[in-house]
Design a protein around this ligand. Structure first.
Ligand code: 5GP
Length: 119
């Protein structure tokens, strides 16, 4: 799947659409989800043009992968989540219901999150 540079997260990265930023480094941006599914629900996205977790894993540089993983931890700490615990999740493709074709990790927290998968 080719990267669509008009997807909503590409537009957020270019500053064309506002976001509620939580954290940023050279390789990643974290912002609040517009439709939160938990008291804390933040998205972390790479700044590069990667469609999905699979695309990012296959094509991103070591520096991008490191910067992205650091951003997840830094974001969770900025939100005060590590002590109580939190969940990270990435949807890839149709079976997972990925809606936005720019790779993103969800961070959920702020309450006990229940079973890992909806039944
Ligand atoms: P997915 O289903 O692709 O894993 O998750 C996409 C997420 O992006 C959803 O949780 C949705 O609420 C969020 N989202 C979609 N459009 C926007 C937007 O314009 N701004 C923000 N902050 N989040 C968005």
């Amino acid at each position: 799947m080719a990267y669509d540079d008009q997807n909503i997260f590409a537009r957020i990265l270019r500053g064309e659409i506002p976001c509620d930023k939580v954290f940023e480094n050279d390789h990643a941006l974290a912002f609040k989800d517009i439709n939160p599914q938990a008291p804390t629900h933040v998205l972390v996205i790479p700044k590069g043009p990667y469609v999905s977790a699979d695309d990012f894993s296959a094509k991103a540089s070591d520096a991008e992968i490191a910067g992205f993983m650091r951003a997840i931890g830094d974001t969770a700490r900025a939100l005060g989540l590590p002590d109580a615990g939190y969940r990270i999740l990435a949807n890839h493709g149709t079976n997972a219901g990925q809606e936005v074709p720019h790779f993103h990790i969800h961070i959920f927290g702020g309450k006990p999150l229940g079973p890992m998968l909806a039944r």
